[in-house]
Design a protein around this ligand. Structure first.
Ligand code: CP
Length: 309
């Protein structure tokens, strides 16, 4: 049984197959409408979510399956002190697969050690968010036609932004990838990403503070919000929250075929005036999240359908 806890739990070949199936799902949704009839997905969300939880639920419903779960720790028996290990042992009897989001790094990994169903990490603290990465890879491949030979700018809260950590890990396996890491000093990527992922794999990268100076180089600009919920004090958050605001003025220096991604939710970091620019891809990105999660559910339930069937 396979769990998805880290973006590297899937090989590059497995990711290619998943993205191919996701493309096929987008183009032939009816072919997939009954495949999960009788199967149940549990969404165990100990932390707030709009896209991840609802796109997982939409994915299972689109496949003809059913859903159950909770959307906050307060509405589950975690509020009475139940452990993740006990919860997942119980849920394993209620569902065929589960997606778990938890504020503690490593909680979905612990769950996977006690589960008898596949566990998908739907975001653990400031650590990893592998299904957002699948969404991002599908979006980039759909927009640019490739996942190699790209200069990827990542901007904002690179310290706490788990989507950034997972995306760097995953893209580091493709050839010709160069990262431009745009963050204030206090929100730079964690040391383990810099040393164990980038330097260990000889991936070219630069770290800068100003967005304007690097804009013309980028093929993708991946914006992130400053993660208020991970700060120890409100003063630091208030000081850093508007470090970057992408507006039309700054976008003028970008390539005409650069795309702007954002895992969302957005706070202030992308001006709404950008939303109608053809390069703004963040709402399309959220839609791709449904297709790729459908493909992932099929794979983990071993109900794979080849894209060319
Ligand atoms: N991108 C993402 O994880 O969004 P949610 O927090 O709304 O799930």
């Amino acid at each position: 049984m396979k769990h998805i806890i880290d973006p590297l739990d899937l090989s590059v070949d497995e990711i290619t197959e998943l993205l191919d199936v996701a493309d096929d799902i987008e183009n032939n949704p009816k072919k997939y409408a009954e495949i999960c009839r009788g199967k149940k997905l549990a969404t165990l969300f100990y932390e707030p979510s709009t896209r991840t939880r609802l796109s997982f639920e939409a994915a299972m419903l689109n496949l003809g399956g059913s859903i159950l779960g909770f959307s906050s720790a307060d509405s589950s028996s975690a509020s009475k002190g139940e452990s993740v290990a006990d919860t997942i042992r119980v849920i394993s009897g209620y569902a065929d697969i589960c997606a778990m989001r938890h504020p503690k790094e490593g909680a979905p990994k612990v769950a996977s050690e006690y589960a008898t169903i596949p566990v998908i990490n739907a975001g653990d603290g400031g650590h990893q968010h592998p299904t957002q990465t699948l969404t991002d890879l599908l979006t980039i491949r759909s927009l640019k036609g490739r996942l190699d030979d790209l200069t990827i700018g990542l901007c904002g809260d690179l310290k706490f932004g788990r989507t950034v950590h997972s995306l760097i890990k995953s893209l580091s396996r493709y050839k010709g990838i160069r990262f431009v890491l745009i963050a204030p000093e206090e929100l730079r990527i964690p040391d383990y990403i810099r040393e164990e992922v980038l330097r260990a794999n000889n991936i070219p990268f630069v770290e800068v503070e100003k967005m304007e100076e690097v804009m013309p180089e980028l093929d993708i600009l991946y914006m992130t919000r400053v993660q208020r919920e991970r700060f120890f004090n409100e003063e630091d958050y208030v000081r850093l929250k508007d470090s970057y605001i992408l507006d039309m003025q700054k976008l003028r220096a970008a390539k005409p075929d650069m795309f702007i991604l954002h895992p969302l939710p957005r706070v202030n970091e992308i001006s709404t005036e950008i939303d109608n620019d053809p390069r703004a891809a963040y709402f399309r990105q959220a839609q791709y999240g449904v297709y790729v999660r459908m493909a992932l559910i099929l794979k983990l339930l071993e109900l794979e359908v080849k894209a060319d069937d």
